[in-house]
Unconditional design. Structure first.
Length: 217
């Protein structure tokens, strides 16, 4: 096999997968894996750890709009999960992953909680991303939040009370993630949580937030 063919197909150290929808190759990190059960239902496998044959899809609207057909073609078998059901399952799995990742970040002491600590972490260059509660109006006025929004390094997710319950505080209006790996995973998971057409854009920490900042004026 030529070096060009190896580059196209990837290698053990740099594997690639083919999107079932657009048929373009990409790294596993850029795709979402789905697995098919014996009954024809499919389920998102965000950790790519479920046993069984999988199919990969870019988490982009243009690749997800015909999810059912794309997965049926990839599995060469009937997929009973509709595109809408698949998107909702993907969003639900992403929301659960957000909670797990935030819990892991808390246990590893990779979070700065509250306006003062978040501002300090941002100024020291320790904050990878900021997460702002949808009802945190005061947090939206912090200079670090405005700068993070401008840099594309902020997400709105959950409410102050919901985040507080999750992180063992009375309420949390803004937090900074201090670990690059966890920050990247959280950023992706929150974005995936917004894919479902019926996603509530400003729910508790048990649901998604919004990618915009209209709620925190």
């Amino acid at each position: 096999m030529s070096s060009a063919q190896t580059a196209r197909k990837g290698s053990k150290s740099n594997p690639t997968r083919t999107c079932a929808s657009c048929q373009k190759e990409d790294t596993p990190l850029a795709l979402v894996r789905f697995v098919r059960a014996d009954d024809g239902q499919v389920y998102p496998d965000l950790k790519a750890s479920r046993v069984g044959r999988g199919a990969w899809v870019h988490p982009r609207p243009e690749c997800l709009k015909k999810l059912q057909q794309a997965l049926s073609r990839s599995f060469k078998a009937e997929v009973k999960t509709t595109t809408l059901e698949g998107l909702n399952l993907l969003a639900q799995a992403a929301r659960v992953r957000v909670r797990h990742l935030l819990g892991a970040a808390r246990r590893e002491s990779k979070l700065a909680l509250g306006g003062t600590l978040v501002q300090e972490a941002w100024e020291r260059g320790q904050a990878e991303i900021l997460i702002v509660a949808s009802d945190a109006r005061a947090a939206a006025e912090l200079s670090c939040v405005k700068q993070a929004i401008g840099a594309g390094r902020a997400r709105v997710w959950g409410t102050k009370d919901g985040l507080g319950q999750l992180l063992g505080r009375p309420d949390v209006g803004v937090l900074a993630v201090l670990d690059e790996r966890l920050a990247a995973a959280l950023f992706e998971a929150i974005a995936l949580g917004l894919l479902a057409p019926d996603a509530d854009r400003a729910t508790s920490a048990h649901g998604p937030g919004t990618d915009g900042f209209a709620e925190v004026e």
